[in-house]
Design a protein around this ligand. Structure first.
Ligand code: 8X3
Length: 253
């Protein structure tokens, strides 16, 4: 069945891969990102396979989100699937050394931005009694690690918010899913480390991390399940990643 799919953060990483995965099959794509150059190039390419509308959206700015929705062409207005993918990690410093402005940016993007777009889309889904909100959370929302502090906190919010939406949407034919990827190789680490390519490469050195295509396949699959099936939470790690023992400081006697 053809659907209108809105993907935030669609110019790279999971968002771009999800756009490619949903392209075709009669779907229409609504692509949003801050980086219009990359977004337009993607839209032009995918436009040969399906209807595509691409426009700038900064999820941290209410006027940007308002403008995006008010300028949606009529044929793209009824969003069936919202992929809340825009998000980022900034820094890996311990909390007492972290740059507070990075914490603020993560909260404004991963929490407030995700809420803002959801808030804009949900009433139309409820009015039409159909839809699927797919949030991109993280293993970091479940499992704390050194330096994950505020980033993990934002993703824990995404988990709880997703569950809260499900509770509110009782009786509606609207699905809500939180997908929680672990280590994935995209531009995630490059952004986290302020463009330091060596530092970013070290994160993945000697590993076989998840790819953007792996996550796109999962995003597509949770939506492709029959309409009565709601995948609440889907946590995914590469095989090379797992838990280790809780840390214990041995010098505190
Ligand atoms: C990405 C997973 O472990 O790099 O959200 O925080 S991790």
């Amino acid at each position: 069945m053809s659907k209108v799919i809105l993907i935030t953060g669609a110019s790279s990483g999971f968002g771009e891969a999800a756009a490619r995965r949903f392209a075709g099959s009669g779907n229409a794509l609504v692509l949003a990102a801050r980086n219009l150059d990359r977004l337009n190039a993607l839209a032009q390419e995918l436009g040969e396979r399906c209807p595509v509308h691409a426009a700038a959206m900064d999820v941290t700015q209410q006027d940007s989100v308002d403008r995006f929705f008010s300028e949606l062409p009529p044929e793209f207005r009824n969003i069936d699937v919202l992929v809340n993918n825009a998000g980022l990690a900034l820094g890996l410093e311990p909390a007492h050394q972290a740059d507070f402005s990075k914490w603020q940016t993560m909260v404004e993007t991963n929490i407030t931005g995700l809420m803002r777009v959801t808030h804009a889309v949900l009433p139309s889904m409820v009015a039409r009694n159909t839809g699927h909100v797919i949030n991109i959370g993280s293993t970091a929302g479940n499992w704390p690690y050194p330096g994950g502090n505020a980033y993990g906190g934002t993703k824990a919010f995404v988990q709880n918010f997703s569950r809260g939406l499900r509770a509110d949407l009782i009786g509606k034919r609207i699905r809500v899913t939180n997908i929680e990827p672990g280590m994935a190789e995209t531009n995630f680490s490059l952004i986290r480390f302020d463009g330091d390519a060596d530092k970013a490469a070290k994160v993945y050195s000697g590993t076989k991390p998840l790819s953007a295509q792996d996550i796109a396949e999962i995003i597509h699959w949770v939506n492709a399940m029959p309409e009565h099936v709601n995948i609440n939470t889907l946590e995914v790690m590469p095989v090379c990643q797992t838990w280790s023992a809780l840390a214990v400081s041995r010098d505190m006697e």
